[in-house]
Design a protein. Structure first.
Ligand code: KG4
Ligand code: ZN
Length: 326
């Protein structure tokens, strides 16, 4: 069964064809980093305008690369939130127009659920139940996933998402956007022990907090304007990864879970991947390939496949939701 996935929730326009929820036939992502780079972050109005330009070519390419005609598609899975409202609107309007003209049903997919399902697109696939750590530009959350459709939030960030903290620290350091991959690269050349940034553990809770760490970097830079940028990157990244790894392992153990699934853009981070893999030998860790960690429509098509099997068909009145808890 072939599902066409569409994601336009933030600054990437993406379309994908996935077979039976697991096999990627195409996964096209049109990235907008060049457009937003000079602003040091995403400008929502520019993002939605670019989506309107790119949505049709991206869907067209996804069908062409997969060698599939529209008639061969069983359902269109579209991300309906959470995300930027104007950006989501483009993907949803396009999916609805396609569904209306072709008669193909639409399935609505939550962006966070899609991130969790990115790990179903590769072997070995995680078995239920597992703990999902979602670390992206907009979210930092821990979910207990008991089965498809059963998500219990165990913790979340109380302020900045971890990707947002990466991007803001990169901006303070005068680096480009998105800052995560740049800090990831620079940190490899720095001394992680040169600066001891605070580790916000929030003991007794599975919640996170990263805004204080970001402020600590700001204050440090004011007092040490000539510090090597690599050392700041390494010190900041090590503090972030220490907290993410410790709290994720703790949450898994506290909930009797022996499998951890990572997802979201920050799970492409090399230091995080390395550290969490060796963190606890009783826990199996599932890491999607980096291209599946950042936003893409294959993960939407994968989650959409399971919704379609459960007959969760959306109506043509489907609207985007900026805030949409799992
Ligand atoms: O999942 P994603 O593509 O979009 C959202 O749903 O937000 O995540 C984007 C975030 C950005 O903040 C970006 O800086 C971060 O993921 N990111 C990384 C890395 N690659 C992307 N952060 C740290 N290290 C990376 N290698
Ligand atoms: Zn995302």
């Amino acid at each position: 069964m072939l599902i066409l996935g569409i994601d336009s929730s933030c600054d990437d326009t993406s379309a994908s064809i996935v077979e039976d929820g697991t096999t990627i036939l195409s996964n096209i992502v049109s990235n907008q980093a060049e457009i937003h780079k000079k602003y040091g972050g995403i400008v929502p109005e520019l993002a939605s305008r670019r989506h309107t330009e790119m949505i049709w070519p991206v869907v067209d390419e996804a069908l062409t690369v997969a060698g599939v005609r529209l008639e061969g598609i069983s359902a269109i899975a579209v991300c309906h939130g959470p995300g930027l409202i104007g950006s989501l609107l483009v993907g949803i309007s396009f999916a609805k127009a396609m569904a209306y003209s072709s008669g193909i049903p639409i399935v609505a997919v939550n962006h966070l659920e899609a991130h969790i399902f990115s790990s179903f697109l590769e072997e070995p696939r995680p078995k239920f139940p597992f703990l999902a750590l979602i670390v992206s530009g907009g979210h930092t959350s821990l979910y207990k996933v008991a089965a498809f459709g059963s998500y219990e939030e165990l913790g979340r960030t109380r302020d900045d998402a971890v990707g947002e903290a990466y991007d803001k620290v990169a901006k303070l350091l005068g680096l480009g956007y998105p800052g995560g991959p740049i800090i990831d690269r620079l940190a490899e050349k720095g001394n992680a022990e040169a600066i001891n940034f605070p580790r916000p553990y929030l003991h007794g809770s599975h919640d996170f907090s990263f805004s204080g760490l970001k402020t600590a970097v700001l204050l440090y830079l004011r007092e040490h304007p000539d510090v090597p940028v690599e050392d700041v990157a390494a010190g900041f990244q090590t503090a972030v990864v220490d907290v993410l790894v410790k709290k994720t392992i703790e949450a898994a153990k506290a909930n009797g879970l022996s499998r951890i699934v990572l997802s979201g853009g920050v799970s492409a981070n090399r230091h995080l991947r390395h550290r969490i893999m060796g963190a606890d030998r009783d826990i199996e860790v599932f890491l999607p390939s980096p291209f599946l960690c950042t936003d893409n429509a294959a993960m939407v098509a994968s989650a959409g496949y399971y919704h379609f099997l459960d007959n969760h068909i959306a109506s043509l009145k489907l609207n985007p939701e900026a805030y949409l808890p799992l």
